[in-house]
Design a protein around this ligand. Structure first.
Ligand SMILES: Nc1nc2c(ncn2[C@@H]2O[C@H](COP(=O)(O)OP(=O)(O)O)[C@@H](O)[C@H]2O)c(=O)[nH]1
Ligand SMILES: [Mg+2]
Length: 372
């Protein structure tokens, strides 16, 4: 009996020791993410909050950090636009099941467009046109109205087709990223750097958001992740000087492209606009030339984003929009409002926080995602 108790005690003790050793190992493995890379930093900053940076300390004598592996397959717009699609396609299905297009049907369609944040101006214009075509006998029945709306939306996005990002010109090409705090400028720069590098271009990042030290650190992490160079300045320093240095460095090193981050907030609004104008002027001086000024807008803010956009438009000559967080928003209709009300092409769309979650905007895919 005593022998049996001793055997049992030994077995239990072995199990306990095994667990104590195994659990921390498993936790550590998860934090490493199994990427095999020394770069394990993650950024998880809600808008306006300094990013939380968690990094495994590199062991002494460890090899230099390797940038992340190959660019992965881009996400599908349709898969990531679940919220907008769920909302919009539900209304469209209900409309199709109606025997006639009565007042209630028009109200439902209006509600669908407004809830998807297409905006009052654009919604009114689209529906007035459809109504008059129904009255003229040109469109008969709900299916025809839905098909016509789809075609109208597709056509209103036509001007965005084929508007890629420009690399033209001699010297150092600069793309500036502007927009209010928290919309996703820094994250987008990281993703763009990765895409451009994968396309064979040599990229240099300019940490032009000198408002907070954390902003440059966040960009630095993206530089490490993507294996590109970065030029940083001091916190509170002159952002134009950082961008100027970056262009000089890029010219000296033969980089093809400078991606310049900017602050979304200074101490006053007037200063921000003036500062952005200055950055643009400095970046545009030979050997630099600004080919793109990309206004980054957060899709979850919907129509408020348009108000922000107008302030930047007048100041810095925006060439296109990057619409971020379309994955988390039911307000994807903002794409249509941006195009129709601001006359700006949406060039890129952010579909998540990961390094590959950025795709060129495709009007056909977008409209199909809304209706199917
Ligand atoms: N879901 C989602 N989150 C995003 C996207 N783009 C950026 N974010 C997140 O938005 C937050 C703010 O981004 P950040 O780049 O710091 O914004 P910035 O202040 O404009 O530079 C971060 O938590 C990002 O991970 C996107 O396309 N989808
Ligand atoms: Mg930033």
């Amino acid at each position: 009996m005593l022998a049996l108790w001793i055997v049992l005690a030994v077995v239990v003790a072995t199990l306990v020791v095994g667990l104590v050793v195994a659990v921390p190992r498993r936790r550590r493995g998860r934090r490493d993410g199994g990427s095999g890379s020394a770069t394990t930093a993650t950024i998880d900053a809600p808008p306006g909050v300094a990013p939380r940076i968690e990094a495994e300390p590199a062991p002494v004598g460890a090899p230099p950090e390797e940038p992340e592996a190959e660019v992965g397959a881009p996400p599908e717009l349709r898969d990531r636009m679940g919220k907008t699609r769920g909302l919009f396609s539900g209304y469209v299905r209900a409309l199709r099941s109606r025997s006639s297009v009565d007042n209630e049907a028009w109200d439902d369609l209006e509600e669908a467009l407004l809830r998807a944040d297409v905006g009052v101006v654009t919604t009114t214009a689209l529906l007035e046109d459809l109504r008059s075509r129904v009255h003229a006998g040109e469109l008969r029945g709900a299916d025809a109205v839905v098909a016509a709306l789809r075609e109208d939306l597709r056509r209103s996005l036509d001007t965005t087709a084929g508007t890629g990002l420009s690399h033209e010109g001699d010297g150092t090409c600069v793309w500036l990223f502007v927009g209010v705090n928290g919309v996703g400028k820094t994250t987008t720069i990281g993703k763009v750097a990765r895409r451009e590098k994968a396309a064979g271009r040599s990229v240099l990042l300019a940490a032009g958001d000198t408002f907070r030290a954390a902003a440059a650190e966040q960009l630095d992490l993206w530089a490490q992740r993507t294996g590109v160079e970065i030029v940083r300045g001091a916190e509170g320093g002159d952002p134009s000087a950082v961008v100027f240095d970056a262009v000089q460095r890029a010219q000296a090193r033969g980089n093809d492209l400078v991606l310049a981050d900017t602050a979304g907030r200074l101490h006053t609004k007037v200063n921000l606009v003036e500062e952005l104008k200055k950055i643009r002027r400095v970046a545009d001086r030979p050997p630099g030339h600004v080919n793109e000024v990309l206004l980054v807008l957060d899709a979850t803010t919907g129509q408020n984003g348009l108000t922000q956009a107008r302030q930047f438009l007048d100041a810095v000559g925006v060439t296109g929009v990057v619409l971020t967080k379309l994955d988390g928003s039911a307000k994807g209709g903002i794409v249509i409002a941006i195009q129709r009300e601001l006359g700006l092409p949406v060039k890129l769309v952010g579909l998540g926080e990961g390094p590959d979650d950025l795709v060129p905007f495709d009007a056909d895919e977008f409209v199909a995602a809304l209706f199917e």
